[in-house]
Design a protein. Structure first.
Length: 145
């Protein structure tokens, strides 16, 4: 999968807009992500990841990462909307110092999550395990920035 465009390109296109930082909304997203992260770890620990839970695990992992990413954007006064807004948000990972492989994986995850949500795609257990492992790797990095 291709990497998203540079973050500045999304600003030029009006998908990302600069405004005032929104600390209270960012804190709300961070707290929600923390609760969801703890919850998904408990679910995986108790039930594991299988073919029946794979899509839900993938969607939940994506949502947790995106909540933290949006919180980081809000703290800097950025907000996204419209077509390509999720792609624009993923592109911000480069600004945060993430490596190309992590950005590429997240962009792929964005694509596959949309396939689940909008086109009824069923993804397999193996991919869900990779996504869960990715969440466990990227969550602390995003949370500590």
């Amino acid at each position: 999968m291709n990497l998203p465009k540079d973050f500045e390109e999304y600003i030029k296109r009006g998908i990302i807009r600069k405004g005032l930082p929104d600390k209270s909304r960012a804190e709300f997203l961070i707290n929600g992500a923390r609760n969801s992260f703890e919850g998904i770890k408990q679910i995986v620990q108790k039930t594991g990841i299988n073919e029946k839970t794979a899509n839900n695990i993938i969607k939940d992992c994506y949502d947790i990462i995106m909540e933290l990413l949006r919180a980081k954007l809000l703290l800097k006064g950025y907000i996204s909307s419209g077509n390509f807004s999720h792609e624009a948000e993923v592109s911000y990972l480069k600004k945060l110092g993430f490596i190309e492989h992590e950005i590429s994986f997240m962009n792929d995850l964005r694509y596959f999550r949309n396939s689940i949500a909008y086109y009824g795609k069923i993804l397999d257990k193996e991919y869900a395990i990779k996504v869960f492992d990715f969440l466990n790797k990227i969550y602390p990095k995003l949370n500590n920035l």
